[in-house]
Write a protein that binds this ligand. Structure first.
Ligand code: ACO
Length: 311
């Protein structure tokens, strides 16, 4: 049976940091941030809330939403580049805190493409019949690796978590096609040094525009679909101009792109499931809709998939 999404949940920190707040902290402006990135505000956690706390909040809701209990989960995957510590992994912390069985649990380090890597990994285990229910969490506390003295990166990022439970769905639903890739030679353009995120914004921008467009087109073709079949595009919410470029490359109208960057900024591994969670809450996505998801990130990494919504 194909693998699809059975339940979804999100965790959004309460504290809102607006562009106007940032104006008071550094030499920047709401106008610059909005026009260059599309971001208006982002969420930042308090000092007591770590990555695993956000992951737990989102995971619990996703399991409830799937009408399952933690003991039904057969594998836990957590996509993050901001774990509480290098090890034990957030996934292992989650396994214990959720009260799941002693199931395989691991973190995936593929930056903003991490959730795509997680979903595609889960698909393999589900479709082979190895595991029935896989929990995948995309979570980042980017505020802890943000250099608040560097305006070129500090304005971009936010904290959040979103999770899905994947499992078998009926024929024709679930993941129809996918593409994953990496090019480590571009790693120098986006990385974390001892403390902070470092980025060559222009190089990342060029890569993202090319790769997001290409991958999105590839997965639609691989699924034997046409652009007219696409109901929604959920791109990684990194920069509105990058997102628009991938939408234009697919040749679909503006209202088919799910956009949450204005309220959350770039939340890396959690941005795609977070956008999906919001679109579902708003009733935008309906049973049978064809969704294209596409992400790119530090590594450099990329990943895309087509998903027919529903069980
Ligand atoms: N406020 C005001 N001015 C700024 C700011 C700011 N926050 N940041 C940079 N500037 C200035 C620069 O200093 C520069 O000034 P100068 O011309 O006097 O030198 C000017 O604005 C233009 O800077 P550029 O870097 O050319 O601006 P650009 O239009 O390229 O936008 C941006 C920068 C938004 C970072 C863009 O390059 C981008 O989005 N890149 C991709 C970023 C991205 O998606 N990263 C993903 C990371 S996710 C992950 O994997 C964790």
């Amino acid at each position: 049976m194909p693998a699809g999404i059975l339940g979804i949940g999100k965790f959004i920190p309460e504290r809102v940091l607006t562009n106007f707040d940032l104006e008071k902290m550094m030499d920047t402006s709401d106008e610059w941030i909005r026009t260059r990135t599309g971001i208006e505000e982002r969420r930042i956690t308090d000092d007591q809330t770590n990555t695993s706390d956000m992951a737990y909040g989102a995971a619990k809701k996703a399991i409830e939403n799937a009408r399952l209990s933690a003991t039904d989960i057969d594998m836990i995957l957590v996509a993050t580049v901001t774990p509480d510590q290098p090890f034990p992994s957030v996934a292992c912390m989650l396994q214990d805190r959720l009260g799941a069985g002693h199931v395989p649990s691991m973190d995936i380090s593929a930056a903003c493409a991490g959730f795509m890597y997680g979903m595609v990994t889960a698909k393999q285990f589900i479709e082979s019949g190895t595991y029935k229910h896989v929990l995948i969490v995309g979570v980042e506390k980017l505020s802890k690796i943000t250099n608040w003295d560097d305006r070129s990166t500090a304005v971009l990022f936010g904290d959040a978590a979103a999770a899905v439970v994947m499992g078998p769905v009926s024929e024709g639903k679930g993941i129809l096609s996918f593409e994953l890739g990496a090019d480590g030679s571009g790693g120098k353009n986006l990385y974390q040094d001892e403390k902070f995120i470092k980025m060559n914004g222009r190089e990342v921008f060029k890569f993202a525009v090319r790769q997001m467009g290409e991958s999105a087109v590839n997965v639609v073709e691989k699924a034997g679909l046409k652009k007219e079949d696409i109901d929604f595009l959920i791109p990684h919410q990194a920069n509105i101009r990058i997102m628009e470029a991938s939408r234009e490359r697919l040749g679909i109208p503006e209202d088919k792109m799910i956009k949450t960057i204005q309220k959350y900024g770039n939340t890396s591994a959690s941005s795609i499931p977070l956008a999906l969670a919001d679109a579902l809450e708003e009733g935008i996505i309906q049973d049978g809709n064809l969704i294209v998801m596409v992400g790119f990130g530090g590594g450099l990494t990329w990943g895309a998939l087509t998903l027919r919504w529903g069980k």
